[in-house]
Design a binder for this molecule. Structure first.
Ligand SMILES: [Zn+2]
Length: 160
């Protein structure tokens, strides 16, 4: 006889399914999921993945109508290329507004590094006044990314 799943595990699967899905070599993430998640999955399954971001709850900012997937665009985050879904307003009439899946939950609009990475550089410097070289090395260990000294300097003067 099959063992009945506990209620909590069913709920967890349901939530997970809405936020993360797989399609061949693609991992499709909701915009609320930090890119670190995809990188950790890659490490766990020992296979490179294409990272796609989608936002299924997006509405048109102009007319409030539903949006439909139209095309994609790429963006570099922490040195890694990801694909963002671009949506087109499906509203009646002539709205025609395009909206990209927004990653504002973990990275600033024009930034190349996540807030977490930027904050890491700031904190390291506040704690022990590490050299930029040292901070760069620590960031490489912590996030598995190469981050230039110039970027660390910028993160000290920019608001994330
Ligand atoms: Zn619209």
């Amino acid at each position: 006889m099959r063992k009945k799943k506990s209620h909590s595990s069913i709920c967890a699967e349901g939530v997970f399914k809405d936020l993360v899905s797989f399609d061949g070599n693609n991992i499709i993430l909701d915009v609320s999921i930090n890119i670190d998640f995809a990188l950790n999955v890659e490490k766990a399954i020992k296979m490179p993945l294409n990272v796609y971001y989608v936002d299924n709850n997006l509405c048109c900012p102009v007319c409030g109508n539903k949006l439909k997937g139209y095309s994609t665009r790429s963006r570099t985050i922490n040195g890694r290329e990801v694909i963002l879904q671009r949506y087109l307003c499906a509203g009646k009439g002539v709205c025609g507004k395009y909206v990209d899946a927004s990653l504002d939950s973990f990275i600033g609009k024009w930034q190349r590094y996540t807030r977490e990475v930027q904050q890491f550089g700031l904190n390291e410097n506040l704690i022990d006044y590490s050299s930029l070289e040292k901070i760069s090395e620590k960031a490489a260990d912590r996030f598995d990314i190469e981050i230039s000294r110039e970027t660390i300097i910028k993160s000290h003067v920019q608001k994330c």
